[in-house]
Design a protein around this ligand. Structure first.
Ligand code: SAM
Length: 289
Protein backbone atom coordinates (compact mmCIF):
# COMPACT_ATOMS: atom_id res chain seq x y z
CA UNK A 1 0.00 0.00 0.00
CA UNK A 2 1.74 3.19 -1.13
CA UNK A 3 -0.73 5.73 0.20
CA UNK A 4 0.53 7.63 3.27
CA UNK A 5 -0.91 6.54 6.65
CA UNK A 6 -1.86 10.16 7.36
CA UNK A 7 -4.74 10.34 4.91
CA UNK A 8 -8.40 10.06 5.97
CA UNK A 9 -9.08 7.04 3.74
CA UNK A 10 -6.01 5.01 4.71
CA UNK A 11 -6.43 5.83 8.41
CA UNK A 12 -10.08 4.73 8.36
CA UNK A 13 -9.13 1.58 6.49
CA UNK A 14 -6.42 0.64 9.01
CA UNK A 15 -8.67 1.32 12.01
CA UNK A 16 -11.43 -0.76 10.47
CA UNK A 17 -9.18 -3.69 9.52
CA UNK A 18 -7.95 -4.00 13.09
CA UNK A 19 -11.24 -3.10 14.76
CA UNK A 20 -9.37 -0.39 16.63
CA UNK A 21 -11.36 1.76 19.08
CA UNK A 22 -9.79 5.06 20.22
CA UNK A 23 -8.96 5.40 23.91
CA UNK A 24 -9.71 8.93 24.98
CA UNK A 25 -7.86 8.27 28.23
CA UNK A 26 -4.63 7.84 26.21
CA UNK A 27 -5.11 11.07 24.27
CA UNK A 28 -5.50 9.28 20.96
CA UNK A 29 -6.12 11.85 18.22
CA UNK A 30 -4.40 10.76 15.03
CA UNK A 31 -3.12 13.13 12.34
CA UNK A 32 -4.69 12.76 8.89
CA UNK A 33 -2.86 15.49 6.97
CA UNK A 34 0.48 14.79 5.30
CA UNK A 35 1.25 18.48 4.68
CA UNK A 36 1.06 19.27 8.39
CA UNK A 37 3.41 16.38 9.09
CA UNK A 38 5.92 17.55 6.49
CA UNK A 39 5.86 21.03 8.01
CA UNK A 40 6.45 19.64 11.50
CA UNK A 41 9.44 17.68 10.21
CA UNK A 42 10.83 20.75 8.48
CA UNK A 43 10.48 22.89 11.61
CA UNK A 44 12.12 20.11 13.62
CA UNK A 45 15.17 20.22 11.35
CA UNK A 46 14.99 16.50 10.60
CA UNK A 47 17.43 15.38 7.92
CA UNK A 48 19.39 12.24 7.06
CA UNK A 49 22.02 13.05 9.72
CA UNK A 50 19.48 13.26 12.54
CA UNK A 51 18.19 10.74 15.01
CA UNK A 52 14.50 11.17 15.89
CA UNK A 53 12.64 10.22 19.04
CA UNK A 54 8.87 10.07 18.76
CA UNK A 55 6.45 9.82 21.67
CA UNK A 56 3.17 8.07 20.85
CA UNK A 57 3.36 6.90 17.22
CA UNK A 58 -0.31 5.82 17.15
CA UNK A 59 -0.79 4.02 13.82
CA UNK A 60 2.41 5.55 12.42
CA UNK A 61 1.28 8.75 10.66
CA UNK A 62 4.27 10.85 11.79
CA UNK A 63 6.57 7.86 12.27
CA UNK A 64 6.32 6.95 8.60
CA UNK A 65 7.37 10.48 7.55
CA UNK A 66 10.20 10.48 10.10
CA UNK A 67 11.37 7.14 8.70
CA UNK A 68 11.64 8.76 5.28
CA UNK A 69 13.48 11.90 6.44
CA UNK A 70 15.64 10.90 9.44
CA UNK A 71 18.62 8.58 9.76
CA UNK A 72 16.96 6.60 12.53
CA UNK A 73 13.71 6.74 14.53
CA UNK A 74 12.91 5.40 17.97
CA UNK A 75 9.24 5.65 19.02
CA UNK A 76 7.67 5.01 22.45
CA UNK A 77 4.08 3.74 22.41
CA UNK A 78 2.20 2.73 25.57
CA UNK A 79 -0.80 1.07 23.87
CA UNK A 80 -0.07 -2.56 23.11
CA UNK A 81 -3.02 -2.77 20.68
CA UNK A 82 -1.10 -0.50 18.29
CA UNK A 83 1.93 -2.80 17.96
CA UNK A 84 0.55 -5.13 15.27
CA UNK A 85 -0.73 -2.09 13.35
CA UNK A 86 2.66 -0.35 13.48
CA UNK A 87 4.26 -3.61 12.47
CA UNK A 88 2.25 -3.48 9.26
CA UNK A 89 2.27 0.25 8.46
CA UNK A 90 6.01 0.67 9.13
CA UNK A 91 7.13 -2.63 7.60
CA UNK A 92 9.04 -0.91 4.73
CA UNK A 93 11.26 1.05 7.16
CA UNK A 94 14.25 -0.70 8.66
CA UNK A 95 15.38 2.46 10.42
CA UNK A 96 12.38 2.59 12.80
CA UNK A 97 12.38 0.97 16.23
CA UNK A 98 9.24 0.84 18.41
CA UNK A 99 9.45 0.55 22.20
CA UNK A 100 6.28 -0.51 24.02
CA UNK A 101 6.73 1.64 27.14
CA UNK A 102 5.17 4.49 29.06
CA UNK A 103 7.40 7.45 28.18
CA UNK A 104 7.11 8.76 31.75
CA UNK A 105 8.64 5.54 33.10
CA UNK A 106 11.25 4.91 30.44
CA UNK A 107 14.99 5.43 30.74
CA UNK A 108 15.34 7.73 27.73
CA UNK A 109 19.05 8.39 28.30
CA UNK A 110 19.75 4.69 28.04
CA UNK A 111 17.66 4.37 24.86
CA UNK A 112 19.54 7.29 23.27
CA UNK A 113 22.88 5.66 24.13
CA UNK A 114 21.77 2.35 22.67
CA UNK A 115 20.23 3.58 19.40
CA UNK A 116 21.99 6.75 18.26
CA UNK A 117 25.61 7.56 17.55
CA UNK A 118 27.37 10.15 19.73
CA UNK A 119 28.01 12.38 16.72
CA UNK A 120 24.44 12.70 15.46
CA UNK A 121 21.95 15.28 16.71
CA UNK A 122 18.94 13.71 18.44
CA UNK A 123 15.63 15.54 18.01
CA UNK A 124 12.31 14.80 19.67
CA UNK A 125 9.29 15.10 17.38
CA UNK A 126 5.77 14.21 18.49
CA UNK A 127 2.07 14.80 18.40
CA UNK A 128 1.82 14.45 22.17
CA UNK A 129 -0.98 12.81 24.17
CA UNK A 130 -2.51 16.02 25.58
CA UNK A 131 -3.40 14.66 29.01
CA UNK A 132 0.31 14.48 29.95
CA UNK A 133 1.91 17.25 27.84
CA UNK A 134 3.54 19.09 30.72
CA UNK A 135 4.86 16.04 32.62
CA UNK A 136 6.42 14.66 29.42
CA UNK A 137 8.08 17.94 28.46
CA UNK A 138 9.32 18.63 32.00
CA UNK A 139 10.78 15.13 32.16
CA UNK A 140 12.63 15.67 28.86
CA UNK A 141 13.98 19.02 30.07
CA UNK A 142 14.84 18.27 33.68
CA UNK A 143 16.63 15.00 32.89
CA UNK A 144 19.05 17.12 30.84
CA UNK A 145 19.09 14.55 28.07
CA UNK A 146 21.61 14.77 25.22
CA UNK A 147 19.01 16.08 22.78
CA UNK A 148 19.14 19.02 20.43
CA UNK A 149 15.55 20.14 20.16
CA UNK A 150 11.93 19.19 20.84
CA UNK A 151 9.19 19.89 18.30
CA UNK A 152 5.73 18.95 19.51
CA UNK A 153 2.08 19.34 18.71
CA UNK A 154 0.32 20.29 21.95
CA UNK A 155 -2.80 22.16 22.99
CA UNK A 156 -2.53 25.81 21.94
CA UNK A 157 -3.19 27.17 25.41
CA UNK A 158 -0.23 25.23 26.87
CA UNK A 159 2.03 26.20 23.95
CA UNK A 160 1.12 29.85 24.58
CA UNK A 161 2.06 29.53 28.25
CA UNK A 162 5.37 27.80 27.51
CA UNK A 163 6.46 30.41 24.95
CA UNK A 164 5.04 33.49 26.75
CA UNK A 165 7.00 36.68 27.42
CA UNK A 166 6.70 38.85 30.56
CA UNK A 167 3.59 41.06 30.87
CA UNK A 168 1.45 38.79 28.72
CA UNK A 169 -1.64 36.99 29.87
CA UNK A 170 -0.09 33.52 29.40
CA UNK A 171 3.18 34.30 31.24
CA UNK A 172 3.67 32.26 34.39
CA UNK A 173 5.90 29.78 36.19
CA UNK A 174 5.57 27.31 33.29
CA UNK A 175 7.07 29.93 30.90
CA UNK A 176 10.08 30.31 33.20
CA UNK A 177 10.45 26.55 33.72
CA UNK A 178 10.51 25.86 29.97
CA UNK A 179 12.59 28.89 28.98
CA UNK A 180 15.20 28.14 31.63
CA UNK A 181 16.14 25.05 29.61
CA UNK A 182 15.19 26.10 26.08
CA UNK A 183 14.33 28.88 23.68
CA UNK A 184 10.65 28.41 22.91
CA UNK A 185 8.82 29.35 19.74
CA UNK A 186 5.35 28.57 18.40
CA UNK A 187 5.88 27.65 14.75
CA UNK A 188 2.36 26.70 13.66
CA UNK A 189 -1.25 26.87 14.76
CA UNK A 190 -3.20 23.83 13.67
CA UNK A 191 -6.95 23.43 13.13
CA UNK A 192 -8.92 20.62 14.81
CA UNK A 193 -9.91 19.23 11.42
CA UNK A 194 -6.55 17.54 10.80
CA UNK A 195 -7.15 15.02 13.59
CA UNK A 196 -9.21 11.88 13.84
CA UNK A 197 -11.16 12.04 16.08
CA UNK A 198 -11.15 15.84 16.39
CA UNK A 199 -9.99 17.08 19.82
CA UNK A 200 -11.97 19.65 21.83
CA UNK A 201 -9.09 22.12 21.98
CA UNK A 202 -7.02 24.09 19.48
CA UNK A 203 -3.47 22.92 18.81
CA UNK A 204 -0.09 24.48 18.09
CA UNK A 205 3.34 23.18 17.19
CA UNK A 206 5.95 24.30 19.71
CA UNK A 207 9.65 24.23 18.87
CA UNK A 208 12.05 24.10 21.81
CA UNK A 209 15.79 24.45 21.26
CA UNK A 210 17.87 23.17 24.15
CA UNK A 211 20.19 25.80 25.63
CA UNK A 212 23.82 24.89 26.23
CA UNK A 213 23.68 26.90 29.49
CA UNK A 214 20.74 28.31 31.45
CA UNK A 215 20.15 32.00 30.65
CA UNK A 216 20.69 32.93 34.32
CA UNK A 217 23.12 31.58 36.92
CA UNK A 218 21.45 31.04 40.29
CA UNK A 219 22.78 29.89 43.67
CA UNK A 220 20.13 27.17 43.98
CA UNK A 221 17.86 26.01 41.16
CA UNK A 222 15.16 24.52 43.38
CA UNK A 223 14.93 27.71 45.39
CA UNK A 224 14.84 29.79 42.20
CA UNK A 225 11.82 27.82 40.95
CA UNK A 226 10.23 28.05 44.41
CA UNK A 227 10.50 31.86 44.31
CA UNK A 228 9.08 31.94 40.77
CA UNK A 229 6.07 29.80 41.76
CA UNK A 230 5.49 31.86 44.91
CA UNK A 231 5.63 35.12 42.93
CA UNK A 232 2.84 33.95 40.63
CA UNK A 233 0.87 32.51 43.59
CA UNK A 234 -2.18 34.73 43.25
CA UNK A 235 -2.09 36.65 40.03
CA UNK A 236 -3.98 39.69 41.27
CA UNK A 237 -1.72 40.18 44.28
CA UNK A 238 1.50 42.16 44.37
CA UNK A 239 4.87 40.44 44.37
CA UNK A 240 5.28 41.59 47.97
CA UNK A 241 2.03 39.98 49.12
CA UNK A 242 2.66 36.71 47.31
CA UNK A 243 6.18 36.42 48.71
CA UNK A 244 5.13 37.40 52.24
CA UNK A 245 2.40 34.79 52.16
CA UNK A 246 4.68 32.04 50.84
CA UNK A 247 7.57 32.74 53.24
CA UNK A 248 5.43 33.58 56.29
CA UNK A 249 7.13 32.28 59.42
CA UNK A 250 10.49 32.23 57.65
CA UNK A 251 10.86 35.87 56.60
CA UNK A 252 8.98 38.92 57.77
CA UNK A 253 7.38 41.40 55.44
CA UNK A 254 9.86 44.14 56.19
CA UNK A 255 12.86 41.94 55.40
CA UNK A 256 11.32 40.91 52.09
CA UNK A 257 10.62 44.54 51.25
CA UNK A 258 14.24 45.49 51.99
CA UNK A 259 15.57 42.70 49.79
CA UNK A 260 13.29 43.71 46.94
CA UNK A 261 14.56 47.28 47.24
CA UNK A 262 18.16 46.03 47.33
CA UNK A 263 17.76 44.40 43.92
CA UNK A 264 15.76 47.34 42.55
CA UNK A 265 12.42 45.58 42.19
CA UNK A 266 9.36 47.58 43.24
CA UNK A 267 7.43 45.48 45.82
CA UNK A 268 4.16 46.68 44.28
CA UNK A 269 4.89 45.03 40.95
CA UNK A 270 3.17 41.80 39.98
CA UNK A 271 4.98 38.55 39.31
CA UNK A 272 3.89 38.62 35.69
CA UNK A 273 6.04 41.70 35.03
CA UNK A 274 9.35 40.15 36.14
CA UNK A 275 11.89 38.88 33.64
CA UNK A 276 13.86 35.69 34.21
CA UNK A 277 16.89 37.85 35.11
CA UNK A 278 14.88 39.67 37.78
CA UNK A 279 13.61 36.39 39.23
CA UNK A 280 17.23 35.20 39.42
CA UNK A 281 18.33 38.36 41.27
CA UNK A 282 15.38 38.01 43.62
CA UNK A 283 15.96 34.32 44.33
CA UNK A 284 19.65 34.85 45.04
CA UNK A 285 19.08 37.73 47.48
CA UNK A 286 16.40 35.75 49.36
CA UNK A 287 18.41 32.51 49.41
CA UNK A 288 19.22 31.36 52.96
CA UNK A 289 17.97 34.60 54.52
N1 SAM B 1 1.63 10.18 16.45
C1 SAM B 1 0.29 9.76 16.14
C2 SAM B 1 -0.34 10.74 15.19
O1 SAM B 1 0.12 11.88 15.14
O2 SAM B 1 -1.29 10.39 14.50
C3 SAM B 1 -0.57 9.61 17.40
C4 SAM B 1 -0.63 10.81 18.31
S1 SAM B 1 -1.82 10.66 19.62
C5 SAM B 1 -2.15 12.38 19.93
C6 SAM B 1 -0.87 10.25 21.08
C7 SAM B 1 -0.28 8.85 21.14
O3 SAM B 1 0.45 8.71 22.38
C8 SAM B 1 -1.28 7.71 21.13
O4 SAM B 1 -0.87 6.74 20.20
C9 SAM B 1 -1.23 7.14 22.57
O5 SAM B 1 -1.52 5.76 22.64
C10 SAM B 1 0.20 7.44 22.96
N2 SAM B 1 0.45 7.55 24.40
C11 SAM B 1 -0.39 8.01 25.36
N3 SAM B 1 0.19 8.00 26.56
C12 SAM B 1 1.47 7.56 26.38
C13 SAM B 1 2.58 7.33 27.27
N4 SAM B 1 2.48 7.59 28.58
N5 SAM B 1 3.73 6.86 26.75
C14 SAM B 1 3.83 6.60 25.40
N6 SAM B 1 2.83 6.80 24.53
C15 SAM B 1 1.65 7.28 25.00
Amino acid sequence: NNKAVATPTRTKEILQNYGFAFKKSLGQNFLIDVNILKNIIRHAGIDKEAGAIEIGPGIGALTEQLGQHADKVVAFEIDQRLLPILNETLAPYENIHIINEDILKSDIRKVIGAHFSKEQPVRVVANLPYYITTPILMKLLMDRLPIDSITVMIQKEVADRMAAEPNSKSYGSLSIAVQYYTTAEIVMNVPKTVFMPQPNVDSSVLHLRMRAEPPVQVKDEDFFFEVVKASFGQRRKTLMNNLARHFSGKMNKQAIQEHLNEVGIDPKRRGESLSMEEFALLADILYKK
